[in-house]
Design a protein around this ligand. Sequence first.
Ligand code: NAI
Length: 447
Amino acid sequence: MKYDFAVIGAGPAGYVAAKKAASAGLKVVMVEKKKLGGVCLNEGCVPSKTLLQAAKTYHHAKHGSIFGVEAGSLSFDFGKAHAHKNSVMDRMRDGIAGLMKKHKVEVIEGEATLVKGGFSVNGETHEAENILLCTGSSPTIPPIPGIEAEHIVDSTGILNNETLPENLVIVGGGVIGCEFACVYASVGVPVTVLEAMPEICPNLDSEIAAILRKELEKKGVTFVLGAKVESFEGKSVRYNLEGESKDMNADLVLIATGRRPNVSDLGLEDIGLDFDPRGGVKVDQRGATNLPGVWAAGDVTGQAWLAHAASRMAEVVVHNITGQKDIMRHDTMPAVVYTSPEVAVVGLTKEEATERGLKVKTGKIPMAINARYIAENPGEEGMCKVVLDADTNRLLGVHMVGGACSEMIFGATAMLETELREEEIAEIVFPHPTTSEIMKDVFMAVR
Ligand code: NAI
């Protein structure tokens, strides 16, 4: 067969690109070796958020007495939470399948390899004028002795664990580590996070990360910072802390030490595609690789590692293929840690802006000044921080921790995308009473 556009991988980059290209009138094929929806839908964002909501519901019921809610005897059925998770995933997969059918995208189940001018799958070779490689990423498994034991799982494995362990040890206090720590600690499982760096979530503003850590500690998570895991033996975990070896027991271990791009077994070397096994496929701002007609988007490029970034990268590629000029801007990409409380950020931290040679001014304000926030989140600490260009007053970054701040960050993203300045933001009316008013207040604090 000959296609206008072939998409390899059906995650949030793949299905968005396929639908968009088909809507523009291209003859499109999408190849997937596992399930529609990729890591996001099957092994990441969607199932983990469903379990986080289950844990949050239990936690609210247990700690509802401040609102006058006494739940009496309370139990948590992890199996039921998983059943709900599975039904959400089934429904979303059906949705993608329906979308592909509606837009006349041909979907092929199989493992594709790239060849010059096209791709091969299930023993057949097809031609494609343009190919989008969006094969995603997989968890990295560090070479620690004993790591292959059955009770040691990665983020995919833990999503299939339907029994609550006696205790959970998480190696890596990044986004995945914190989200699963929140799930398990919220339902009463003792959780210890071993993090190699001096603070959790090293990519976040350190003050925001510290508030998140303290809030998770209140839920029963123990963080050991500066801990380097040395080995696993039976149910024992050996780690090094300040030069001293220490042991602890773990019923279940989650390895959450990062992800790597899926670049193997795709024939990339054979066609001469420029890629790095750890850094991913090299692309320019349009998503173009070194080979004409071959494009890449999402985690396979080693950029952003976020579902919504992957979808946007895919959109940019399709725009370029169909003659619309477009480029990817990572500086305005929001990111969220879906713990309780949530962290939501967009743009530069003070340190990043200063490194770029910008003169910055910053403002910060505790969430606890906001009536709606303290009404809904009693006893929880939160913060909103902004970074502005001191010369132009242009907004450079917003960093929040507290409540459901993931629902507010798009507002800050819109401000960054449209390059608003402080005095323009000051004219925006925020509804009262909402937690989003914290943004209005923080800009007033800067003034
Ligand atoms: P991560 O890069 O966020 O965190 C990994 C952590 O493990 C780091 O803090 C690192 O210092 C630590 N670490 C590495 N080796 C270690 C060792 N041997 N011992 C102790 N600590 C060690 O990676 P994570 O959490 O696995 O997530 C992978 C990617 O997926 C990230 O880029 C993340 O942004 C993305 N993701 C995003 C989500 C979201 O947007 N909510 C949800 C889940 C993942």
